[in-house]
Design a protein around this ligand. Structure first.
Ligand SMILES: Nc1nc2c(ncn2[C@@H]2O[C@H](COP(=O)(O)OP(=O)(O)O)[C@@H](O)[C@H]2O)c(=O)[nH]1
Ligand SMILES: [Mg+2]
Length: 196
């Protein structure tokens, strides 16, 4: 699959704001600062399609990007270290949970995990949600350029250990927004799972 055209369409903060269900959706979910915006820019080969940031936790909305006029990429941000109330956090968590488990046009969930750190509680929550879901689920280990080969193997093993606890078999893709690693692999998954 090649991306000929991609544009930001809208930011969504509640269920009622989600677009009409006629267009298939590809979700990129992960805590803020994990590298979602950078990955979208890398996949789309656009420098500043999605805004990247050194300050985590700024964008608290689902960002919808229309690709080739036929599918959406959806940037789904969890919380990082942003200072928000427990109540707000819980509410946002429920929205993400609803989206991942009940969104009809959703064709695949790419769950981004920073390869330098073991899965966080948020990561484990997402894994648990996707465990019972029929929607294809793939883990993306971001910032692979920051690790040596040997460290990458350890990172993979730690993720697989968590998955094994839930008896889950999940494809894992290493990516680097800096080097373009994993781009073709992601596009092939998208092509096959969205049938475009
Ligand atoms: N070295 C490296 N840094 C990355 C990579 N992806 C993201 N970053 C950096 O991580 C920070 C957060 O990235 P961003 O895309 O804004 O994360 P988001 O909050 O999940 O959208 C930024 O400083 C990026 O430059 C990567 O693949 N390699
Ligand atoms: Mg972002």
């Amino acid at each position: 699959m090649e991306i000929h055209e991609i544009q930001f369409v809208k930011g969504v903060v509640r269920w009622e704001g989600l677009p009409d269900e006629g267009v298939p959706e590809v979700a990129f979910v992960g805590r803020s600062n994990v590298g979602k915006s950078s990955l979208l820019n890398m996949v789309a080969e656009r420098k500043e399609l999605a805004r990247t940031s050194r300050t985590p936790g700024k964008t608290q909305q689902f960002n919808y990007y229309l690709v080739n006029q036929i599918l959406y990429f959806v940037d789904v941000p969890g919380f990082g270290y942003a200072k928000v109330s427990k109540k707000q956090r819980a509410k946002w968590g429920r929205f993400i949970g609803e989206y991942l488990t009940h969104r009809v046009p959703l064709r695949v969930v790419f769950h981004l995990v920073d390869c330098r750190h073991p899965p966080t509680q948020l990561d484990k929550d997402v894994m648990a949600l996707m465990r019972g879901s029929p929607v294809p689920y793939i883990i993306v280990l971001t910032k692979a350029d920051k690790l040596s080969n040997n460290q990458r193997q350890k990172s993979l093993a730690s993720v697989q250990q968590v998955l094994a606890q839930g008896a889950m078999e999940v494809p894992v893709v290493f990516t680097s927004a800096k080097k373009g690693t994993g781009r073709e692999e992601l596009l092939t998954w998208i092509e096959n799972l969205v049938a475009v």
